[in-house]
Design a protein around this ligand. Structure first.
Ligand SMILES: NC(=O)c1ccc[n+]([C@@H]2O[C@H](COP(=O)([O-])OP(=O)(O)OC[C@H]3O[C@@H](n4cnc5c(N)ncnc54)[C@H](OP(=O)(O)O)[C@@H]3O)[C@@H](O)[C@H]2O)c1
Length: 280
């Protein structure tokens, strides 16, 4: 088997779906060597996840990695500094790959970190200030990180020199990106914007072996869903989410993250498209 070495950057990797994704990547991707860059606010949480990944023994995958903690992607004042820290960490992994002659065959950025916004409010109650705060985190920093990642990856692994290298950008999206529901104004706007940006990138960078995917993981049985049940102002939807919670039909994080990793492995998805956990 030819060696498959992936550089995998995940935001919000300390807990929730991001941590589940990191585990699934080790367990189910085609890589036999993975260099992780785990990004988030909680440094010790990220370190714990990286240690767990390195202790997985059920598959024969070499796991290396670095954590970039104390990264608050909602703070625009520190965004340049934090992007530079992520850039340095990724370059460190690329440099090690060169030194050990373990060439990177795929570079993957998974934009997982995200927030709900105030689900207690309908659109007429939003202030532009809270809209700006919401979009700073969920859209502006997303664009900044994706631009940097693309520029750096294409410069470090140019197609002329590395024709087999692939680049993949994933947006952890939502049904709300393609279907509106009451009280989700900020969340739906943010997810739709992220989806569309990756649609554009898919066209712009097709010739550079870049693919993008917007993946909606389904209603997950986790902290964010608990926040939805606690804060959502729309009673009809609340009844549905409560019912799913009580009947145990919320999606298990590991089932959804495995589905995403297998989609990436199969690599026959339409670049720039939107795929939901429930599809097929
Ligand atoms: N849960 C669902 O049912 C569901 C459904 C559809 C889509 N999604 C999407 O799935 C993704 C992961 O969400 P989740 O369900 O795992 O939610 P979660 O349990 O609330 O986790 C959110 C992650 O984002 C990080 N984060 C939050 N604010 C941040 C900030 N300002 N800067 C950097 N990182 C920050 C969190 O880190 P901290 O520990 O530092 O807070 C955490 O790692 C999100 O994009 C979400 O929209 C979730």
């Amino acid at each position: 088997m030819t060696s498959q070495h992936h550089l995998v950057i995940i935001t919000g990797a300390n807990r929730g779906f991001g941590a589940s994704l990191a585990h699934s990547y080790v367990l189910h991707s085609e890589a036999n060597s993975i260099s992780f860059v785990l990004v988030g606010r909680n440094h010790s949480g990220l370190e714990k996840v990286l240690t767990e990944l390195q202790q997985i023994t059920s598959v024969n995958v070499t796991v290396k990695g670095v954590v970039v903690g104390n990264v608050d992607l909602s703070n625009i004042e520190t965004l340049d500094t934090n992007l530079a820290r992520i850039q340095i960490a990724a370059n460190e992994m690329r440099q090690k790959a060169v030194e050990t002659k373990n060439i990177i065959t795929k570079s993957v950025l998974i934009n997982n970190a995200g927030s709900l916004g105030d689900l207690g409010k309908s659109t007429k109650e939003f202030t532009w200030q809270e809209a700006r705060d919401y979009l700073d985190f969920n859209v502006v920093s997303f664009i900044g990180l994706n631009s940097m990642f693309l520029k750096d990856t294409l410069a470090a692994l140019p197609k002329e020199q590395y024709p087999d290298h692939k680049t993949v950008i994933v947006n952890i999206s939502s049904l709300l990106a393609v279907q509106p529901f009451s009280n989700w104004g900020l969340y739906a706007s943010g997810k739709a914007a992220r989806d569309r940006l990756l649609g554009v990138v898919a066209l712009e960078e097709k010739a550079n072996n870049v693919k993008t995917l917007n993946y909606a993981p389904g209603p997950l049985d986790n902290d964010m869903q608990a926040d939805v049940r606690r804060t959502l102002g729309d009673k009809e939807q609340l009844k549905i989410y409560d019912g799913m919670h009580k009947s145990g039909s919320l999606v298990k994080m590991d089932d959804s993250s495995r589905k995403l990793v297998l989609l990436l492995k199969k690599d026959d998805f339409t670049s720039g498209g939107h795929i939901d956990f429930y599809d097929e």
